[in-house]
Design a protein around this ligand. Sequence first.
Ligand code: ADP
Ligand code: ZN
Ligand code: ZN
Length: 701
Amino acid sequence: MKEISVLLPTPAYSGLTGPLSYQHTQDLAPGTLVRVPLGQRESLGLVWHALAPDHSDHAPDKPRVLRPVTEVLDGLPPLSAHWLQLVAFAAHYYQRALGEFALACLPPQLREVSQAQLARKLKKRGQPKDTPGQASPSPPTLTPEQAQVLDRLDQQTGPYVLHGNTGSGKTEVYLRRAAEVLARDPSAQVLMLVPEINLTPQLEERVRQRFAALGQETIVSMHSGMTPAQRLNSWLSAHTGQARLVLGTRMAVLASIPHLRLIVVDEEHDPSYKQQEGARYSARDLAVYRGQCEGAQVILGSATPSLESWHHSRAAVAGEPAPRYQRLNMPSRVGDAVLPKLRRVDMNLQPRQTLVSAPLLAAMRERLARQEQVMLLLNRRGYAPVLHCASCGWKSECPHCSAFRVFHKADRTLRCHHCSLTQAVPRACPGCGNQDIGSFGHGTERLEEHLAELLADMHRPDGAPMRIARIDADSTRLKGELVRQLAQVHDGDVDVLVGTQMVAKGHDFRRVTLVAALNPDGALFSADFRAPERLFALLMQAAGRAGRDAAMAREQPCEMWVQTFHPAHPLFETLKQHDFAAFAEQQLSEREQAGLPPFSFQALVRAEARSQAAAQDFLNAARSAGEAWLAEAGMSVTVYPAVPMSMQRVANVERAQMLIESGSRRALQHFLQSWQPALQDARSHHKAVLRWAIDVDPLAI
Ligand code: ADP
Ligand code: ZN
Ligand code: ZN
């Protein structure tokens, strides 16, 4: 009998964080999937090292009685050493229990299927499809910038930051590079990561068309919207090498792709690459690690790269190490499409409570009269963010959260966007019975209604009223609704598109010639130091929706409008020049002075409890232990006192957080690792704490 060391999905608090030992009639290669008994249950496990690394806790004179492995999923090739290294790194870096993390990277259905079912699935896919691939459409002639970039990509593996304007042809570069890599090596596989697949159905279509010759079964998607069976199928395709191209959201970075040669991270700045629960990993950062470890090329593409990636690709300053990433630039738009001009409306000069200012409305009407499309951004869904009684001061607070319930007029409800509490709008003020309750502020629903009034006198060529469409999380709740609505915009069935930031991403609306951000000021003075970066990216991406049709844009220059109380703010100045580089340099110098990322490294510990004091007590107890350890180790890591989170209470749970910061990533990592037991221990003494979690490299503070 051989001793086999197996990773199991045991959480950190169970204390069983390492692999457990089992026995089997023969050795099993690391990466083999097995089923083993765990307590009273049976669990999927992953063979780790051939032998358990540590026998020291065991008296040598007492022979161990190991439980046998129940089943070996030997129809599946073992997971590769590179994949094992990736999950080991990620679990360690993001402070997760190794077994729990590694098994969570596998498709959930793998836990349930029997060996026989799996064998059937594999056999089915083993048979060559008799539908031969169709001919792909011939790709366009490259622009000089694209050609130059592809040349560079052919020289070294990178990682590369591809800084290309919206509409500069980045996607074309990804497709070409992928085609080259796939053609060069018949087993090569390519991973393309996108922020949210549902938002960009066009991209998937484009990829499928371009690689139609490979056969549709060689292109697979991976995202959370798929059924468990679909996910297992995609995963098996990638794992067995049948899939040559994997197109997926952040979870796909952890898929088994044994012959990975190229990873593209499209819109690499997008916050959705950061997982926000469980293991809070950054798919972009893991892509870079994975590329380096497997020798795959990595391309991080964006018109507005994250300041982290920008910083890592800055030209080396004398005395500093060479940049970690190489930067490639594509400043021009394909076909000389011009970038839209920025117009600022000084809202100090407009009547109070103006939603759509007179100059903006006039410009919109001009565009609409020429049958061009207009897109308006308002980052707030619902009708009005607050209901309010003027006579007693009652406001529509959520009883369970530190937030107001939002008024939704369509179904006359008050809804909390944090805990989802939904109630009918009261007929009279719950405080004083006043029948005249007013609403404060504007949401997309109200904007839609308001626009219908403002444009009531205008008509489409066929005499019908102007079509106003709204795209936000409410209007797209039903499956397929978003795709349907986007198609309407494309087909020109919509004149004015109203939406939250959802509409600013990635779509190719050719007839949009005017984009306006109605109320972007909130981010200018936010407590979150990343807010300006996100706003700049949002506005730049939104502006990029305009003027995609070069011929149309030459006749009629496109415009990006911003309504603001701070028209002279430097952010708008750099936006006006479409100068991301200037914006980035200015932000980076501020961050450097303030010692903020990427010049320092952060982690957050968050805790939830029934009372704020309980959450903070737990954190502060852990802090004391941490500080004692740091003093002894002489390590420079700062642990700040616990504070309430900005959304302090959600669904009657109080939330607190504690920031940990260091100038050295290694010191921070070393500290977090050593501190974990103290956190576990503090947790056992603070029973009122419901949950706690570590977020390494947090995006929102
Ligand atoms: P990005 O990803 O940078 O926004 P895309 O790759 O989507 O840019 O290109 C923008 C538009 O230009 C798309 O409609 C695309 O089909 C087209 N395009 C890209 N490269 C070329 C080219 N070399 N010649 C002609 N059209 C191109
Ligand atoms: Zn009242
Ligand atoms: Zn609530």
